[in-house]
Design a protein around this ligand. Structure first.
Ligand code: GLV
Ligand code: GLV
Length: 319
């Protein structure tokens, strides 16, 4: 029996690659870097199933040039990189990897929050550069986290996991969500407010929205003006949810205390203004980057592909 033809756009963790090479015929050898447009096109053209990552833009043209393709398993929870309508028109199932990366991403949102509030990268730099001359009463003073108000924008799975972690810090939770009540479990003490109120009442604001036309620049100049000058903005969702130019202005004018960013408007490019500000902590899109999350994401992709190829409903279909 011949194995189904699979296109994998990037090299995934070895535990995932070994299952893929056992169960599928790979139409191309994946590498560590994003594929050139032409090789992405060619891979999709030859495959029955594909695993793609968030760096691959899969547009209508690419989908129409893929006659055998039945399923694209996006190796991510977000799927803004794929034209879902075009996939649907072509009868191609698109799936994502929710749940398995929820806790890893929530941990990272907290890592960024704490690193930004307590100036961890600055402290690390001081010690590493040999510039530390000893303990000082006023050295690198940061902001308190304990008992401050945490605002969650987007109370989905990840927003919920971030809010749950705040209990240990005795932080009141305020949140907003596209749909009310929120889709996942919320604690009775968490307050559902408008976006505007969440922005004006929070000391820390963490974004957990998917990128859609209505969340692009969700946090722009007007929204940043609602935030407290002592507040911090944390983003582990998608870069374009924030208007970066407006964020840079707000930080420069000290209308905001700091920002912890894992994602950017034009990845991997950084807005030049974000490079020179000490109150910004920047990570290279590492939200789900733990070995176990990345292996489980691969297994979820495989499960979804098998379902489609065996004519069963895909557990994580998004279109
Ligand atoms: C990562 O950003 C994801 O959407 O999984
Ligand atoms: C969004 O998809 C989430 O899991 O919060």
């Amino acid at each position: 029996m011949s194995l189904p033809a699979l296109y994998v756009s990037r090299l995934l963790p070895p535990a995932v690659m070994s299952v893929l090479t056992e169960r599928f015929r790979l139409v191309a050898q994946p590498g560590p870097l994003p594929p050139e447009k032409q090789s992405l096109r060619k891979g999709l053209e030859e495959a029955e199933a594909a695993i793609c990552t968030l760096t691959e833009q899969i547009d209508r043209e690419a989908l129409h040039a893929a006659p055998r393709l039945r399923v694209i398993a996006n190796y991510a929870v977000g799927y803004n990189n794929i034209d879902l309508d075009a996939a649907k028109d072509r009868g191609i199932v698109v799936t994502n990897t929710p749940d398995v990366l929820t806790e890893a991403t929530a941990d990272m949102a907290w890592a960024l929050l704490l690193a930004t509030a307590r100036r961890i990268p600055e402290g690390h730099g001081l010690v590493q550069q040999g510039a530390w001359t000893g303990w000082e009463p006023t050295q690198l003073l940061g902001a308190d986290v304990y008992e401050k108000t945490l605002g969650i924008v987007g109370m989905g799975r990840i927003g919920n996991a971030v809010a749950r972690r705040a209990a240990g810090f005795r932080m009141p939770i305020v949140y907003c969500n596209r749909t009310a009540p929120a889709p996942s479990d919320t604690a009775p003490s968490w307050r559902h407010l408008s976006l505007q109120k969440v922005l004006s009442e929070s000391d820390f604001i963490s974004l957990h929205v998917p990128l859609t036309p209505s969340t692009r620049h969700l946090i722009g100049a007007a929204e940043l003006r609602l935030m407290r000058p002592t507040a911090f903005l944390i983003n582990t969702s998608r870069g374009p949810a924030i208007d970066e130019a407006a964020l840079v202005d707000a930080l420069r004018e000290r209308r905001l205390a700091g920002a912890g960013l894992d994602v950017y408007e034009q990845e991997p490019a950084l807005h030049p203004g974000l490079r020179s500000l000490a109150q910004v902590v920047t990570l290279p899109h590492l939200g789900s980057a733990t070995l176990s999350a990345r292996v489980r994401m691969g297994m979820v992709c495989i499960e979804n592909i098998r379902a489609v190829l065996e004519e069963r409903p895909a557990p994580n279909r998004v279109n």
